[in-house]
Design a protein around this ligand. Structure first.
Ligand SMILES: Cc1cc2nc3c(=O)[nH]c(=O)nc-3n(C[C@H](O)[C@H](O)[C@H](O)COP(=O)(O)OP(=O)(O)OC[C@H]3O[C@@H](n4cnc5c(N)ncnc54)[C@H](O)[C@@H]3O)c2cc1C
Length: 277
């Protein structure tokens, strides 16, 4: 936002942030979710327009036509998902932005076969690269960065405030329609690096009484306050989307995390290797 405002000629643009690392934007998977799902209150027409506009930006980046993001931040990858489930990518297919989905059977070659899957082609974004390139641009434009926590907009003396506070955005704006989701994922470390990760998987698998999420995305580095230059990894395996966990106590959260990591491990094991590993 700060970069875009500067580029449009706004003066005295600055960024206030409570942290530089350990943020969702460094951690995200990077699957281009066109955001046409039901979780937003925006009318479908507006959601679709937004999805297609976002697609155009990725297309521009892919072809080296973006003013400050290089083409190495996006690539087209197959996304495997259950044929009857919705991933949001359908909108790209509908407008002929990506090739039509193919119905496929996933065969891991170890006796585990999953039928009725769809293979889509969509964008995968290297989020660590995006973040690095955005910070390079912030430095180039000499945008001041102030490390501070904003607890209320009354604290801000500027004429215009752009609320980009992510998880805290709803609270700051006192917007009750905005809610948080807690996610759990494992980082994958294989000796093969991320070279084998030339696909994405986003699906639901039955577990207990419910269908639970399972996703796999490539990831080649993870950046935290401890490792600002990044630590090599080869992918990420998730996950969960748990609503309103921020109302839980510390002990309840710890219990939730333990349970969810255990469940995630079990369903991943079953999906890739079968029950009797
Ligand atoms: C595990 C995981 C996987 C994901 N996978 C995908 C995916 O595949 N595809 C996809 O589209 N999305 C995915 N997401 C979601 C995506 O990461 C987020 O929607 C996106 O990164 C949000 O970006 P943002 O800039 O709005 O917020 P953030 O990255 O959260 O940045 C918020 C900024 O505001 C600052 N801030 C917050 N509160 C305050 C405060 N009170 N005062 C001052 N500063 C404050 C923070 O320090 C930070 O700089 C995933 C998220 C996670 C966690």
């Amino acid at each position: 936002m700060a970069i875009e405002l500067c580029r449009k000629g706004f003066k005295d643009v600055s960024i206030s942030t409570k942290a530089l690392y350990d943020l969702p934007s460094w951690r995200a998977g990077g699957f281009f979710d066109p955001g046409t799902g039901e979780e937003t209150t925006l009318p479908l027409q507006l959601r679709t327009r937004r999805a297609l506009e976002t697609f155009h930006v990725f297309h521009q980046i892919e072809h080296g036509n973006h003013p400050y993001l290089l083409s190495n931040v996006v690539r087209r990858l197959p996304l495997y998902s259950m044929a009857h489930s919705k991933t949001g990518v359908e909108v790209l297919e509908k407008f002929n932005y990506m090739p039509p989905r193919q119905l496929v059977t996933i065969d891991f070659g170890n006796g585990i076969v999953h039928e009725n899957y769809a293979k889509y082609i969509t964008y995968f974004i290297d989020v660590a690269q995006v973040m690095k390139q955005l910070w390079t641009e912030v430095k180039k434009l000499k945008i001041p960065v102030i490390i501070e926590e904003i607890c209320s907009f009354e604290q801000c003396t500027q004429d215009i405030i752009c609320n980009c506070a992510g998880l805290a955005g709803g609270t700051l704006a006192q917007d009750e329609l905005v809610y948080t989701q807690r996610g759990h994922f494992f980082l994958l470390n294989t000796e093969a690096g991320d070279a084998h990760m030339n696909y994405m998987l986003f699906t639901k698998v039955p577990q207990g009484e419910k269908d639970e999420y399972l996703y796999v995305f490539p990831k080649n580095s993870v950046h935290t306050a401890e490792y600002p230059d990044g630590r090599a990894c080869s992918g990420m395996l998730g996950g969960t989307f748990i609503v309103d966990s921020d109302t839980l106590s510390k002990e309840e959260l710890q219990k939730l995390d333990e349970t969810e990591f255990q469940k995630l491990q079990e369903r991943a094991q079953e999906f890739f290797y079968g029950k009797d590993l």
